[in-house]
Design a protein around this ligand. Structure first.
Ligand SMILES: Cc1ncc(COP(=O)(O)O)c(C=O)c1O
Length: 344
């Protein structure tokens, strides 16, 4: 039997019911365009309540645009952005952060388990301070990280303190912010503005929305011209209500956290199951909704032959298994059964 669910990406999942209901409800009659509608206003207010602060909120179509435009806002073209060497902005955005900032350079840093540390940031920014080198301006961190780990609140506080000390702003790529909040069980404010984050790209797509991410400016002085930046980049949705309304369903009764907790639990189930088989080696601690595992070629090949989809882009033989909001325990168990058989 071919699998009906896949582990390649949390983007493979469809729209969660709460978002779908809110989307359909927004499809009634006429409404002002370009974000002047009641849904957009109301979701922005809900996000201000969620973050317990008077932040500025913008909706864009995807994570690449959210990150790139947010970073471009924080930088001049001669600035640089310190990121982890595995950061999505560095590896998977086709140079968009540099493009939209007219050339701000990304400076990759190393760090265990996909995380930056103050020491790594300091090492990168103290390499040079002459006129010939781009001036460090931003630290960007990904929460949860590209390898399924999560920054603890104190780690973010320490990174922000280091950033402030050196005159840098702090950007957070929160494509999987929901999974991090669910994993840490903290108030969203505690791992964002209260921990020193200036701008958060809050991922909607991976947590179950049809499309769209929210760019949340905690320092409102930074967002002055952001609307124009979005428009110029082709990221101002005319029918904005269809980007924003699904957030209403998602935020109602904490559906976003319920789904993220479920996705995280499915990753734990998978990790536990893999741990019980002799052979697979987990590559990183499983703290959110992704499991990274070293598997021999014949197992990878066998899984693909059986119809499973997953990525193998980290290290040789490393496979990434992502769990979306709708991942069923039966799908996890079926994958595990195939891994077990292939190792037998
Ligand atoms: C860490 C991270 N940031 C951002 C994104 C957003 O990318 P996209 O432009 O595909 O929405 C992704 C998607 O895979 C991601 O994993």
């Amino acid at each position: 039997m071919q699998p009906t669910q896949h582990f390649a990406s949390d983007n493979y999942a469809g729209i969660c019911p709460e978002a779908m209901t809110a989307l359909v409800a927004a499809n009634a009659g006429h409404a002002p365009a370009y974000g002047e509608d009641d849904w957009t206003r109301s979701v922005s207010d809900r996000l201000r309540t969620l973050f317990e602060t008077d932040c500025d909120v913008y909706f864009v179509f995807n994570g690449t645009a959210a990150n790139s435009l947010a970073l471009a806002t924080l930088c001049q073209s001669y600035h640089s952005v310190v990121c982890h060497e595995m950061a999505h902005v560095q590896t998977d955005e086709c140079g968009a952060p540099e493009f939209f900032s007219n050339g701000s350079k990304l400076l990759p840093a190393q760090g265990e388990n996909g995380k930056l540390t103050p020491a790594a940031v300091r090492e990168v920014i103290s390499r040079r301070n002459d006129i010939h080198y781009p001036k460090p301006r931003v630290v960007t961190l990904t929460q949860s990280t590209e390898v399924g780990t999560v920054y603890q609140p104190h780690e973010i506080v320490a990174l922000s303190a280091c950033a402030r000390e050196h005159g840098l702003r702090v950007h957070m790529d929160g494509a999987r912010f929901a999974n991090a909040v669910a994993s840490l069980d903290v108030a969203p404010a505690d791992i964002t503005w209260r921990a020193g984050v200036d701008v958060l790209c809050f991922g909607g797509t991976k947590m179950g929305l049809p499309v769209g991410e929210a760019v949340v400016f905690f320092d409102r002085t930074l967002s002055e011209d952001f609307a124009w930046r979005c428009k110029q980049a082709g990221q101002l949705a005319s029918k904005m209500r269809f980007l924003s309304a699904p957030w209403l369903g998602m935020l109602e009764n904490d559906a976003w956290l319920r789904h993220a907790r479920h996705a995280n639990a499915m990753a734990q189930r998978l990790a536990k199951g893999l741990g019980a088989i002799t052979g697979p080696q987990l590559l990183f601690p499983v703290e959110a909704n992704g499991v990274f595992c070293e598997l021999p070629q014949h197992v990878l090949h066998g899984l693909r032959e059986r119809g499973w989809r997953f990525y193998t882009f980290i290290g040789s033989g490393g496979a990434r298994f992502m769990c979306g909001w709708d991942m069923q325990p039966e799908s996890v168990d079926a994958l595990l059964a195939d891994v077990r058989e292939l190792f037998a």
